[in-house]
Design a protein around this ligand. Structure first.
Ligand code: HEM
Length: 444
């Protein structure tokens, strides 16, 4: 695969910047530049929607979809955490092949990092669609050819089982990294509303692919899975649409499938102190994890048919916020602080079991997490009900923060309408420097 990593003809375009979050400067891809040169005049006579996007990007502007396109892979932190949440998700969990070695794991992370750098710049893998030898498969599967980078971010996580073995009679330290296991990296306990499907939970590794274009996200996961063959295999994956959280104040608050604004009180990318306190791992962890985080995923089935029959008053009582404006039931606007002490007719205005009361930092010793989830619909069942819900994703400095919040939600009114059907926890190594691979310091 190494040789196949060279670009098709010439040096790759370099995109400077930190992968720590904000969308980087937009640069046209090599293919885009060639397209423009072929068309003769930038911005003129460029055919099709793709051409228009390229013309816009060459002018330093926005793509046809109105969005800039490239988020740098390298930086102090991995991209895809405080990066303004994109519209689409393809999340994948992988298990290492039995008997794979420390060198296999290192080479896998190296290959994935090289591939991620190219994919996030909107460039095909290797020689793209033309292998040079028609008897070989192309280096890249091709479905993203002609598409923009779409703000693709690829965020990599390492499961606890990589450090301790899978517990199925194999080695307890298959990759020689057990001594690097952080003390905080404990498995998640079981919770109220859990109905977990083991085949859709956990994994030795995870990759979160987020992009504005679903095909770009799927292409990335598909190609990472393809180049990993023989070392790791896809255990389960999940598509998501419609982000359910903002991570930047420049974004509008989106709505979840219950129709409520979601992400209002999230940790935002410009809250530097809150990020340092609640999201980025610090000196308490081994060097490889500093500047990283822990990612928790929970696939939460939402019984939307039952929800849709509930009165507006019941829906608003459940969350403690109004449906239209997303404001606290105690008044004010969306971003005003709820008054948990307020009463009406001797009863609390915000129900004692309302979701925002139970999840609020005031009720949880100041605990905050960065939420970055997506809606999902996996078709429908034999009863004509949608298999729909929230693919909840949160980033936190310590998994104990998630555990505390989820335990707090034990009596959540929302519990009537949801079931957690998949769960995962991975450590997300700190950012990748140019020339390094993800998690490299783990093996130093
Ligand atoms: C299907 C499941 C869920 C739905 C539909 C949902 C929806 C919402 C909504 C609409 C809000 C209010 C707006 C906002 O501040 O974002 C909210 C707040 C919040 N949710 Fe959830 N949520 C779900 C699950 C969870 C889970 C599993 C956790 C963590 C364990 C969680 C943690 C929070 C937190 C921390 C807040 C902010 C509370 C505050 O500071 O006011 N949520 N959620």
């Amino acid at each position: 695969m190494n040789g196949a990593m060279e670009p098709a003809g010439g040096e790759p375009e370099e995109v400077e910047g930190e992968g720590s979050g904000e969308t980087g400067a937009l640069r046209p891809s090599r293919r885009g530049l060639l397209g423009l040169l072929g068309a003769g005049v930038a911005g003129l006579a460029v055919g099709g929607a793709g051409g228009a996007a390229i013309a816009a990007s060459a002018a330093g502007g926005q793509t046809a979809a109105g969005r800039s396109s490239v988020v740098p892979f390298h930086g102090e932190h991995q991209a895809g955490i405080v990066t303004p949440a994109q519209d689409r998700l393809h999340f994948a969990a992988f298990n290492m092949v039995s008997g794979s070695s420390r060198d296999d794991l290192i080479q896998l992370l190296r290959d994935w990092s090289e591939a991620a750098e190219r994919l996030t710049q909107g460039r095909p893998l290797g020689t793209g669609l033309e292998p040079g030898d028609a008897l070989l498969p192309p280096d890249d599967t091709g479905e993203a050819e002609g598409l923009q980078a779409g703000n693709l971010t690829l965020t990599f996580g390492l499961g606890r089982s990589l450090f301790t073995g899978s517990g199925e009679g194999g080695s307890e330290d298959p990759y020689g990294i057990r001594s690097q296991l952080p003390a905080a990296f404990e498995p998640l306990p079981s919770f109220a509303f859990d109905l977990l499907e083991p085949a859709q939970s956990g994994g030795d590794l995870c990759v979160q692919a987020c992009a504005d274009d679903p095909q770009v996200a799927v292409h990335a996961i598909r190609n990472l899975a393809r180049i990993a063959v023989g070392r790791t295999h896809l255990a389960w994956s999940q598509l998501g649409f419609g982000r359910t959280a903002s991570t930047s104040r420049r974004q509008d608050t989106p709505r979840n499938l219950f129709g409520f604004k979601d992400g209002t009180m999230n940790v935002m990318s410009d809250e530097t102190e809150a990020l340092a306190e609640h999201v980025w791992v610090g000196d308490e962890a081994p060097a490889w994890l500093r500047g990283g985080s822990y990612i928790v995923t929970r696939k939460i089935l939402m019984t939307i048919e039952a929800w849709d029959r509930a009165s507006l008053a019941e829906q608003e009582r459940t969350f403690g916020r109004t449906k239209l404006a997303g404001a606290p039931l105690t008044g004010g606007g969306e971003f005003d602080h709820p008054d948990f002490a307020a009463e009406r007719d001797g009863a609390p205005v915000i129900d004692m079991a309302a979701h925002v009361r139970l999840a609020h930092p005031d009720q949880n010793g100041g605990t905050r997490i960065l939420r970055r989830g997506y809606n999902y619909v996996d078709g429908s069942n034999e009863l004509g009900q949608l298999g729909a819900g929230l693919f909840f994703i949160s980033f936190q400095r310590d998994p104990a923060a998630f555990v505390r919040l989820q335990r707090s939600l034990k009596h959540d009114l929302l519990g009537e309408y949801i079931r957690h059907i998949s769960s995962g926890l991975w450590a997300v190594p700190g950012g990748v420097r140019r020339g390094e691979f993800v998690g490299q310091r783990l093996f130093d």
